[in-house]
Write a protein that binds this ligand. Structure first.
Ligand code: GRF
Length: 196
């Protein structure tokens, strides 16, 4: 199974997937990493692992269609079977979603459908969870469709929000859990427990 990971910033989720593949917890390979952000740590992490990596942004192309065409060409070149969005801050073009129908997944740091949708990313999510005095939060992995955070949920893990949690302590704990959960869920996808 050849995985493409798309990421915009730190890439710690990407690293968890790469590590999972390297230590055979995941029977697959990250064959290419794509980022819309040239400064992304994700690109640096990929380079360090000798994984082909591409900075592909709408700024480099005259239209979203042309960018999507280039992305599709790269995905094809590396015979990608599955796409994982791990902190990718852009919407994927419908031509990509159509071609990889059911094979595009995203990870979100909350229990969707709560705390999802446009603008609900990064610290905004954890700020909102703390402000609402939620007793539980968690991590969701879902298929990607043309609307933010609304595709079919394939896996969720619930976590307790502690009384003394701040958005920062919560964010750190959720991210740590993401790293384990990604490995568990991608393994389940590969084992066919979650259909492609
Ligand atoms: C994670 O919290 C993930 O849920 C969200 O973006 C963040 C990515 O973190 N979609 P990192 O860049 O992998 O460290």
């Amino acid at each position: 199974m050849n995985i493409a990971v798309f990421a915009s910033h730190g890439g710690s989720d990407l690293q968890a997937i790469i590590d999972g593949c390297n230590n055979h917890a995941i029977d697959a390979k990250v064959v290419v990493v794509i980022s819309n952000n040239s400064d992304s740590m994700a690109l640096q992490r990929a380079a360090k692992e000798n994984i082909p990596n591409y900075h592909l942004s709408s700024r480099q192309y005259d239209s979203e269609e042309l960018l999507a065409k280039k992305i599709l060409q790269v995905l094809d070149e590396y015979s990608v079977d599955m796409i994982f969005l791990a902190g990718y801050m852009r919407m994927l073009h419908t031509s990509i979603l159509e071609k990889y129908n059911n094979r595009v997944f995203n990870i979100h740091p909350a229990l969707l459908p709560k705390y999802g949708g446009k603008g609900m990313y990064g610290m905004n999510v954890h700020n909102a969870v703390i402000a609402a005095k939620e007793k539980e939060t968690g991590v969701t992995i879902h298929r990607v469709n043309a609307e933010y955070d609304s595709g079919e949920i394939v896996a969720q893990t619930v976590m307790k929000v502690n009384e003394d949690d701040t958005p920062e302590t919560l964010a750190a704990r959720v991210l740590e859990r993401e790293h384990e959960f990604l490995v568990e869920v991608i393994s389940d996808i590969i084992a066919g427990k979650i259909a492609l």
